[in-house]
Design a protein around this ligand. Structure first.
Ligand code: HEC
Ligand code: HEC
Length: 144
């Protein structure tokens, strides 16, 4: 009985030591008290040319940074430049009519709620390596 207890304690100790060896904290493998390495934040270009589409109905990629733009229930910073009554003055491409349609294709007077949170579909680009492998192959003329 006693021997069994000692063995299981040793096993438990061994397992937890092994687990510690594999886990590295976000700080990296550094001595306590040593200075942390500064993580690199990916840079979003302030402005670049509009980006090519990869398939017909793709939400176009955002060619500019968006970290200063606020979207909340009372204000949508994107629409300050992209809405149909603002885009000419701002020199921005306008939101297309689909953004005014509800799910029954009824045309509304304002951008439809389902299109209100722009960053759900449109994404800003940074010069970064893909986080997971992507084997997407566009069809038709996009694939040529
Ligand atoms: C200060 C004005 C301004 C604001 C605010 C702004 N944009 Fe833009 N956006 C532009 C301009 C100008 C372009 C066109 C850039 C070009 O042609 O090089 C553009 C381009 C785009 C495009 C590319 C469209 C295409 O057909 O390729 C998308 C998508 C877009 N913006 C989405 C957004 C979203 C989403 C937000 C809010 C998070 C936003 N923009 C906020 C001015 C703005
Ligand atoms: C549910 C996904 C979705 C949301 C949310 C959304 N979009 Fe789009 N957007 C698209 C798709 C898909 C397209 C391309 C096809 C189309 O026009 O419907 C597009 C096209 C655009 C274009 C290019 C239009 C053109 O004629 O080339 C602009 C600009 C744009 N969106 C801006 C916005 C802004 C600003 C918002 C937020 C108010 C927004 N979008 C919200 C999916 C979305």
């Amino acid at each position: 009985m006693k021997g069994k207890f000692v063995v299981s304690v040793l096993l438990a100790a061994g397992v937890s030591v092994a687990a510690f060896a594999e886990v590295t904290s976000l700080r990296g493998d550094q001595e306590i008290g040593a200075n942390n390495e500064v993580a690199t934040i990916k840079q979003v270009p302030k402005k670049q040319d509009r980006l090519a589409l990869d398939y017909v109905n793709q939400p176009p990629l955002i060619p500019h940074s968006t970290d200063q733009v606020q979207i909340n229930p009372s204000n949508n910073g994107c629409l300050e430049c992209h809405d149909v009554d603002k885009y000419r003055k701002a020199g921005a491409p306008r939101v297309s009519p689909t953004h005014y349609m509800d799910r029954d294709n009824k045309m509304l007077g304002d951008v439809a709620p389902r299109r209100y949170f722009c960053l759900q579909c449109h994404v800003t680009q940074a010069d970064a390596a893909p986080m997971v492998e992507n084997t997407f192959e566009p069809a038709g003329k996009f694939g040529e």
